[in-house]
Design a protein around this ligand. Sequence first.
Ligand code: AP5
Ligand code: MG
Length: 212
Amino acid sequence: MRFVFFGAPGAGKGTLAVKASLEFGLPHVSTGDLFRVAISEGSELGKKVKALIDDGNLVPDDLTNEMVFKRLALPDARNGWLLDGYPRTIPQAQALSERHPVELVLDIEVSDGTIIERLAGRRMCRGCARSYHTIFVPPKKEGICDSCGGELYVRHDDHMDAVKQRLLSYRKKTEPLIEYYKKKKKLVSIHGEGSTEKVWTELKEIMTRHLA
Ligand code: AP5
Ligand code: MG
């Protein structure tokens, strides 16, 4: 069971992958979350990637691949995983297919208007990286994570200049993966507009059918 959650910044990859991880008992591996942990720990990797991420640029493929393959080698990933935010370039997809062929790529489709609206109101938990939204997915208590009680914060790359750069990187380097996986007959498109529950219901059905 090796799934990729694919989509533009703010499409809902993280929100849906958290639900799928609980539902199907598979580890959620988000490259963005792994990089943010490295940055907050002040590790060598964190120091190398901080400026790139803050400005909305992609991290080089070699650093990203190394981090992902280390994570996928851990025991909890033996029976499968949910990748979120990886692969994001053709060379990343090629490197992944050589080691761990993907079964299904779930492409969450949303409009640019929705992306801007979702990123503008996003709040992230410092403790468990869960995503909230001030209007669409508010926490029970303002500024506090429902799951772990952690502090909610605004991601540096959710400021408008970085969002514009992330969208440019997505269009140029990541969107070509849609054709790449279509040709391999591994791509499934999900209508990502509407409430989280509505999108999750559609996604859960697709994943359940695939696993049957
Ligand atoms: P990453 O953290 O992966 O950022 P991203 O791809 O830009 O995606 P986001 O996390 O912003 O959005 P999401 O799709 O997870 O949406 P979410 O569920 O939070 O990567 C960050 C950076 O790390 C990259 O820019 C790059 O620099 C680097 N990086 C990462 N991977 C890399 C790679 N492979 N190669 C190179 N560099 C890499 O939802 C967004 C908001 O909307 C939330 O507020 C949420 O509550 C809300 N929401 C979600 N669904 C709904 C819904 N249905 N209705 C209403 N609101 C919703
Ligand atoms: Mg995310």
